[in-house]
Design a protein around this ligand. Structure first.
Ligand SMILES: Nc1ncnc2c1ncn2[C@@H]1O[C@H](COP(=O)(O)OP(=O)(O)OP(=O)(O)O)[C@@H](O)[C@H]1O
Ligand SMILES: [Mg+2]
Length: 247
């Protein structure tokens, strides 16, 4: 149980933000003709982040809007590449990124189960066997043949969670989405997460709900402006974080 499953060494993620708004194509063309370039600022969403997580740990990531939490999860799930540094991840990862990520909104719930399965590396036959279980866990049988764009946020979250967690992953990554589920689903999903935790999965959760973080995690990492501000036992970090938000 002492193996490192996630390790980041000096990870930096940089985004390019257009400096000025170009309102129309015509204006863009004029600028181009005048050889005036469009300027950008480079902005580090993550700054030289290093940490490691051992197998079976449950780690909560907290911080203000825009602090870099989702970017951190995406870099771990290999959805984005860091400009600098190294990301190491061992085993099969089930990423539940921002709401609806990985879904095609024009396709039905049923079609999206197959689409997601393919992305997660499962065969069509595999997914056909799992379909019933996934639909049952999501609890949205009557909507399976409607396009996802007609779903409520909670229904999207239910389906996403049911697909990603149908089989126990080595690493489960959850960005917020649980908070849009109703009480019933929150209980059900927390029970499944705890069950996988007991069976050795490593779990990473981003949430703005302090209770979810305290209940699910043993460690917490506080991100502020792309850097780790504090990391340690969940209660210590959450106490500091709530004091900081009040002041
Ligand atoms: N694709 C992108 N292009 C440019 N900037 C981006 C991109 N994705 C994220 N950012 C910027 O990176 C910063 C961190 O964003 P991120 O989504 O990681 O924040 P967060 O901590 O998840 O916030 P929230 O609590 O609102 O979900 C923000 O300033 C955001 O504007
Ligand atoms: Mg986010």
């Amino acid at each position: 149980m002492n193996t490192t499953v996630i390790q980041l060494d000096n990870v930096t993620v940089r985004f390019r933000i257009p400096h000025e708004k170009i309102p129309t194509f015509q204006e863009y063309a004029i600028r181009w003709l005048k050889r005036r370039s469009i300027s950008y600022t480079d902005f580090n969403a993550l700054n030289n982040i290093s940490f490691s997580i051992k197998q079976g740990e449950t780690v909560g990531i907290i911080g203000a809007n825009g602090a870099g939490k989702s970017t951190l999860l995406k870099v771990i799930a290999r959805v984005i590449r860091p400009m600098q540094g190294r990301v190491f991840l061992k085993g099969r990862v089930a990423p539940l990124l921002e709401l609806g990520a990985g879904f095609d909104y024009e396709m039905t719930g049923r079609e999206n189960i197959f689409l997601n399965g393919a992305v997660l590396g499962f065969s069509r036959r595999d997914m056909a066997n799992r379909l019933e279980r996934i639909v049952e866990f999501a609890g949205i049988e009557e909507f399976m043949d409607a396009p996802i764009r007609t779903y409520s946020s909670g229904m999207v979250a239910r389906l996403g969670f049911a697909i990603a967690t149908d089989v126990q992953p080595d690493v489960l990554i959850i960005d917020e989405i649980l908070s849009v589920g109703d009480t019933d689903f929150q209980k059900k999903s927390a029970a499944r997460i705890l069950h996988y935790h007991k069976n050795g999965s490593t779990i990473l959760v981003v949430s703005h709900n302090p209770d979810s973080i305290r209940n699910l995690c043993s460690r917490a990492m506080w991100l502020a402006q792309g850097s780790i501000k504090m990391a340690g036992p969940v209660d210590v970090i959450m106490d500091q974080y709530s004091q900081d938000s009040m002041s």
